[in-house]
Design a protein around this ligand. Structure first.
Ligand SMILES: C[S@@+](CC[C@H](N)C(=O)[O-])C[C@H]1O[C@@H](n2cnc3c(N)ncnc32)[C@H](O)[C@@H]1O
Length: 240
């Protein structure tokens, strides 16, 4: 496996990243805070919350039950739900997000007792090599905003500093999703979600297979979660 730190440096990546940061840090921070809390939400958002709960459980279920001694990156951690789940299983989690507001909220929401685990929150880009090396990387619904080339470039960059597995989601390209296109319609215009880039599973597999950097990785499990307005697909890459 290549060990160099590859950074996704296309203009498209940088532009989309700036847009995503603006969206999650300002436009929809309050809506996102509510969605990720126990506060009541509308029927449509309740389906998204339920779907996200299923997806979080699916991704976390692909990691070892006991994560003691493992360094895990929660890449695009939002308000920290996944980070807490994994820390409670003993992981040393680095939870990074572009949004300072969401990482601040994640710190506020941090439960007092994480057992043997711990979480370090960082505001910034998940591809920052200074975050270090990891046993596992989890990127739940954080790469869905990037076009295929940049999503795969980000995966390659993360894989270069990951030892064991990389689990992430992509927005499956389906007729229904294309029609809904997608989570954005959940929100009023003022806090509408930024663009999501639907991706056919075959395209994802082909693009991953074409990357020399990923020859030491193999695609393992995949699972689609389709719950009302929430449609996302989990994908697992494991070090061969
Ligand atoms: C749909 S939210 C999901 C948050 C969290 N993973 C969850 O499932 O609750 C996507 C998050 O990814 C973050 N994000 C997107 N691109 C990122 C990047 N390049 N580096 C760090 N965070 C990123 C966004 O700021 C946003 O908080």
């Amino acid at each position: 496996m290549a060990r160099s730190a590859i950074v996704c440096d296309s203009d498209a990546y940088a532009n989309r990243r700036a847009w995503v940061e603006e969206y999650f840090d300002r436009t929809a921070a309050d809506a996102w805070a509510r969605l990720t809390s126990d506060a009541p939400v509308s029927g449509i958002r309740a389906t998204v919350r339920a779907g996200r709960d299923r997806m979080r459980a699916a991704l976390a279920g692909w990691l070892p039950a006991d994560l003691a001694g493992c360094r895990v990156l929660d890449a695009g951690c939002g308000t920290g739900q996944m980070a807490v789940l994994l820390a409670r299983r003993g992981a040393d989690v680095v939870a990074v997000d572009l949004s300072r507001r969401l990482t601040a909220l994640a710190r506020e929401r941090l439960p007092a007792d994480l057992g043997r685990g711990r979480i370090t929150f960082r505001a910034g880009d998940m591809l920052d090599p200074s975050l270090g090396r990891f046993d596992h990387v989890v990127a739940m619904d954080s790469l869905i905003h990037y076009r295929a080339t940049d999503l795969v470039g980000a995966i390659a960059s993360l894989a270069a500093r990951t030892e064991r597995s990389l689990v992430f989601t992509f927005a499956p390209r389906t007729p229904t999703l294309a029609a809904m296109h997608a989570v954005g319609r959940l929100f009023p215009r003022r806090d509408r979600a930024p663009a999501i880039e639907p991706l056919a599973e075959k395209t994802l597999r082909d693009e991953l297979a074409a990357l020399p950097l990923l020859t030491a990785w193999r695609a393992a499990r995949t699972e689609r979660v389709d719950c009302g307005f929430y449609k996302s697909q989990a994908f697992e890459l494991v070090a061969a």
